[in-house]
Design a protein around this ligand. Structure first.
Ligand code: AMP
Length: 272
């Protein structure tokens, strides 16, 4: 069967990320098809820049699986105390405060899910790596697996716009789809278009947590752009405008990278 047909069939079935969200004991029942170009990407950008939304749209366009570390923690939050490991309960405390979970916990979690990096459709890592130590560990893990990143997309946006986006963000409690009260409203207020689940404001999108998360981002995550720039992997995309405009820029940047290959030690810029 042709890969485009396989991809279409896959997109029509419900997306299954069990192995990523719950761990290797819960293998995905719907696995991705072999797509012609399985992209292996990292998405960077401040919280609220729209990475999650772009990841959903890119999943549809590319067939790659959306691997968000934040979603793993939110899935664990829905479990009872008894069902969670002690390490996960400690991790959730960090998350509630808006702090980063310690590298050792996050790295162990990703290492357990290493098979997701071999997904036939490719992958979009979202929210990982968050620190240079995590980025180093990811490079080592990929080398061990004989894999390499194709690009690192950095979504760039001025800080006051970031804060406004976070305040209006709503997430589906059931399927984790992301909306915005003005930028990307659901068809029916408070209800998810995809699964009918209730839309809620994430605890860490409340003003006290947002302030901490922005400070943490500047200190720990912003240096990652230099890290990936030096590896010739960084592709900066302006996150201003509508979700469709941002997606258009992103796809153009990936196509250009596919045609021209990586530009070592130079940052390629789309619409910034
Ligand atoms: P996110 O949905 O990516 O904004 O993640 C939500 C929260 O989960 C973050 O504020 C952190 O507390 C935690 N988290 C997610 N990914 C990581 C990571 N790679 N390293 C440390 N903490 C993380």
């Amino acid at each position: 069967m042709r890969s485009s047909q396989l991809l279409k069939e896959f997109m029509e079935t419900k997306r299954d990320r069990s192995a990523w969200l719950k761990g290797p004991a819960f293998p995905c029942e719907v696995t991705a098809p072999n797509v012609a170009r399985p992209w292996k990407l990292v998405l960077l950008g401040a919280p609220g820049v729209g990475k999650g939304t772009q990841a959903e749209l890119l999943t549809q366009q590319l067939g790659a699986c959306h691997l968000s570390t934040g979603d793993i923690f939110r899935t664990a939050k829905c479990l009872s105390e008894g069902e969670r490991s002690p390490a996960m309960s400690v991790a959730l405390e960090y998350m509630r405060r808006g702090d980063l979970v310690p590298d050792t916990t996050v790295l162990q979690m990703v290492r357990e899910r290493v098979n997701c990096l071999r997904c036939h459709g490719g992958f979009l890592l979202d929210g990982f790596p968050r620190t240079v130590a995590q980025a180093d560990a990811l490079q080592a893990l990929l080398r061990e697996q004989n894999l390499a990143l194709d690009a690192v997309l950095n979504f760039a946006l001025p800080i006051d716009e970031v804060v406004a986006r976070l305040a209006g963000r709503r997430t589906c409690n059931a399927c984790k789809a992301v909306y915005h009260v003005t930028g990307l409203p659901p068809r029916k207020e408070g209800i998810c278009n995809q699964c009918g689940g209730p839309l809620v404001q994430r605890e860490d999108d409340k003003p006290e947590s947002v302030r901490v998360r922005m400070e943490v981002y500047e200190k720990s995550t912003a240096p990652l752009t230099d890290f990936y720039c030096r590896l010739g992997l960084l592709v900066s995309v302006s996150a201003q405008g509508s979700t469709t405009e941002i997606l258009g820029r992103t796809m153009a940047a990936l196509q250009s990278r596919d045609r021209n290959g990586p530009k070592r030690s130079r940052m390629s810029v789309q619409g910034v």
